[in-house]
Every structure is written in structure tokens, then in C-alpha cells.
Design a protein around this ligand. Structure first.
Ligand code: NDP
Length: 239
């Protein structure tokens, strides 16, 4: 059955791989992008691309209206959009902290809250939040990012309790290091150090994160909610 799927930040990196995975499986996929133009590959796959900055509640509302008109109620939401602004605590400004939390945690709250309306009416829904191994292990220089990603776990688990009886599941995928623009900023030394700590000895491909997300949104995962699934090459050892 073809479902209405929304992937935030689906224009590149992990989000793009997730959008592809759902589209390849025959779902009706909408993605949001914040800047630039969405890649042509998405249009070829039949995905709807909607411009939306998740830090702006009005843009979130507008995006949902557009998506609902085209694809109907969102049945699967993948809250993937996220940013980093790394800095040691001593040099971390108020803005460095709040802007990361506003995108990664409060932005996720905005898109989940809006999706919930339709899911309640439909009496079903799947929500997958993209956290990070860093949210559970911590990371020097990423206190803002780690706090926002750890916050997603409490958020998802609270909603799993609040809305389980309504047949809506909330799960978290915690990727390790993935080959995307976000990690391209790291130096060769930093990359080598990271890989040395990963039992599987390499970065993840975005498609490997997408596979776990698709599983959590599938019928095979109908009894899974409030879970945190690490896809990190063993880095967190299951946390
Ligand atoms: P990228 O930097 O490649 O992509 C980030 C995506 O988020 C882009 O689509 C970007 O849009 C979007 N985005 C950022 N801010 C906003 C905003 N305010 N409103 C709407 N969209 C926004 O990152 P990745 O693909 O690597 O990461 C995707 C998710 O996975 C993130 O949540 C990240 O924290 C998480 N993650 C990544 C890991 C990695 O190693 N790469 C590891 C663990 C977790 P735009 O193109 O317009 O900037």
C-alpha cells in the first residue's frame, strides 16, 4: 500500500537516501528542503519537494498544507533535518546553543506536533526521529548538538507513552558517523581517529541509515515503539 511519507531535510545526505528508499518501495514521498534547489533525481523519483525552514512555525504549517493537498495525511514522518555548530563550551555563544536546539529539537517538535493531528484522525502513524550516537555518548565540542539529540530520545519516549493507544509509534534512529556533507567538514586526522573507534572500521553509507528507518516504518516493526536503534558500526555498543 502506498503511504504518504514526509522526510524533513530530504534534499541531501541521509534524508535524501531515506526519501529514495521510501520512493523505491512505492510510497508517496514529500521532502522538505531549506535552501538551494532540490536535486533533479528527487523529481525523477516522483517526490514532492517543499521549501520549509523548520525553525519557522508558519513555514511548517504551509508545508503540511501543500503536502496534504498533494498526498493526503502524512502517515509516516521522518524528522531528519539537523545542524551542527561545534564549539568548546568556553567559546560557545548563546546563539550557537539555542540555534542548534531550535533546529534539532524544537524544529522536530514542530513537525511532529503538526503530523500528529492527521495521525490521530487516521488512527495510525509512524514517526522516526534521527538522533545521533553523540546524543548518547556525548562528544567534546558538541554539547549543543549532543543535548539536542539526547532530547529527542526523551521526546520520542514520552510520545510513545502518550500516543501508543492511538496506534502511533515513535522511534529513534541513532546513526554513527555517516558519509555526508555534515562529516565532510572533519579533517583527515579526525576521520582516521573516528574510524579507529568504530568496530566495523568505516563510516556508514546514508543508505544503511535509510534501511533502519524503513524497517521502523514497516509492518514488520508494528510492535516497536519508544526504541532507540543504533546504526553506528558498533561505536556505541548498543548504548
Ligand atoms: P546534511 O548536513 O547533509 O543535511 C542536513 C539536512 O537538514 C539538509 O537537508 C538541510 O537543509 C536540513 N536542515 C538543516 N537545518 C534546517 C532547517 N532549519 N529547516 C529545514 N531543514 C534544515 O546532514 P546529514 O544528512 O549528515 O544529517 C541528517 C541528520 O542525521 C541530521 O539530523 C544529523 O544530525 C543526523 N546525523 C548525521 C550524522 C552524520 O555522520 N552525517 C551522524 C548522526 C546523525 P539545507 O540543504 O537547506 O541546508
Amino acid at each position: 500500500m502506498s503511504r504518504s511519507v514526509l522526510v524533513t531535510g530530504g534534499n541531501r545526505g541521509i534524508g535524501l537516501a531515506i526519501a529514495r528508499a521510501f520512493a523505491d518501495a512505492g510510497d508517496k514521498v514529500a521532502i522538505t528542503y531549506r535552501s538551494g534547489e532540490p536535486p533533479a533525481a528527487l523529481t525523477e523519483l516522483g517526490c514532492l519537494a517543499v521549501r520549509c525552514d523548520i525553525t519557522d512555525p508558519e513555514q511548517v504549517e504551509q508545508a503540511y498544507k501543500e503536502i496534504e493537498e498533494a498526498h493526503g495525511t502524512v502517515e509516516v514522518l521522518v524528522a531528519n533535518a539537523g545542524v551542527t555548530k561545534d564549539q568548546l563550551l568556553m567559546r560557545m555563544s548563546e546563539e550557537d546553543f539555542t540555534s542548534v536546539v531550535d533546529t534539532n529539537l524544537t524544529g522536530t517538535f514542530r513537525v511532529v506536533k503538526r503530523a500528529n493531528r492527521g495521525m490521530l484522525r487516521a488512527k495510525r502513524g509512524r514517526v522516526v526521529l534521527i538522533s545521533s550516537v553523540v546524543g548518547l555518548l556525548g562528544s567534546a565540542g558538541q554539547a549543543n548538538y549532543a543535548a539536542s539529540k539526547a532530547g529527542l530520545v526523551g521526546f520520542a519516549r514520552s510520545l510513545a507513552r502518550e500516543l501508543g493507544s492511538r496506534n502511533i509509534t515513535f522511534n529513534v534512529v541513532a546513526p554513527g558517523f555517516v558519509d555526508t556533507d555534515m562529516t565532510k567538514a572533519l579533517t583527515d586526522d579526525q576521520r582516521a581517529n573516528i574510524v579507529a573507534q568504530v568496530p566495523l572500521g568505516r563510516y556508514a553509507k546514508p543508505e544503511e541509515i535509510a534501511a533502519a528507518v524503513r524497517f521502523l516504518a514497516s509492518d514488520d516493526a508494528s510492535y516497536i515503539t519508544g526504541a532507540v536503534i543504533p546504526v553506528d558500526g558498533g561505536l556505541g555498543m548498543g548504548h
